[in-house]
Ligand binder design. Structure first.
Ligand SMILES: [Zn+2]
Length: 259
């Protein structure tokens, strides 16, 4: 939804841990999940979201597993978030939340805001993907995170879905080869986030066979394969996807809540 909100940083640097638990107003540990927070978050709700994301993503990529260790670090304000991250992850300063991996430590940093649940769902999707797959094509990484950040009940009435239907009705279908060509998460535009989301929506929902085809591609990556670009891999399998995304969104019915 917003190129300013999120990105994935896998760069190794000196940052390691969230510091001592005594430095934070709230510290909770449940299994492999540690939460450090400057305010009292609704931990039950957060773990509920994480469980739901895991189950949904696992239905698309069976190899996805829960990360053995994840730290969630929450800030009461943007100023506090920026102050904490300015020397640690300066690339994240213009965003509201970020997923960060440093070796085996997975971390999500986020600011308290009305969008906190969406931000955590988005970043947790990145955490699952990067903990389970040896690499993740950028358009799939951001497309899945954008798709899963909405709770299922809200997806059928999103303005983004209405916008994509309109675009496809006016001949502006998102191009698969264009999203495959995205090379930099830091430089992604809102249009590239939108189009990556649209391709994921199509691949997950258009039909069970389409979803199975997409799952097979991701499972090949999970197994250590190098299937190359999805469009070429699909063409080799006899599937021409580009002509089908326009009709999919044009005929989309908004009554289909949960999509
Ligand atoms: Zn993201």
């Amino acid at each position: 939804m917003s190129g300013l909100r999120c990105s994935v940083f896998l760069i190794a640097c000196l940052i390691s841990r969230a510091g001592s638990s005594a430095d934070w107003k709230v510290y909770e540990k449940a299994g492999g999940l540690e939460v450090f927070s400057e305010f009292q978050p609704d931990l039950r709700k957060i773990t509920g979201h994480f469980g739901a994301i895991y189950r949904e993503l696992n239905g698309i990529i069976p190899s996805v597993s829960r990360p053995p260790q994840l730290q969630v670090i929450l800030f009461r304000s943007t100023a506090s978030y920026r102050s904490y991250l300015q020397t640690r992850i300066p690339q994240a300063l213009q965003r509201r939340a970020v997923f960060y991996r440093n070796g085996s430590i997975l971390q999500i940093y986020a600011v308290n805001s009305p969008e906190l649940d969406r931000d955590l769902r988005h970043e947790f999707t990145h955490a699952l993907l990067h903990d389970s797959l040896p690499y993740v094509p950028l358009w799939i990484d951001e497309g899945l995170a954008e798709y899963l950040e909405d709770v299922p009940a809200n997806r059928g009435r999103s303005t983004r879905l209405a916008g994509m239907r309109w675009r496809c009705r006016t001949g502006r279908e998102p191009k698969l080869t264009q999203v495959e060509g995205i090379r930099s998460a830091a430089a992604m535009t809102s249009a590239q986030y939108r189009d990556s989301w649209a391709w994921i929506h199509f691949l997950v929902h258009e039909s069970p066979s389409r979803r199975a085809h997409f799952s097979a591609f991701l499972e090949e990556i999970a197994a250590g394969g190098a299937p190359g670009d999805f469009s070429e891999w699909s063409a080799a399998d006899g599937q021409s996807l580009q002509p089908q995304i326009g009709p999919y969104f044009r005929r989309f019915h908004f009554a289909s809540a949960g999509q």
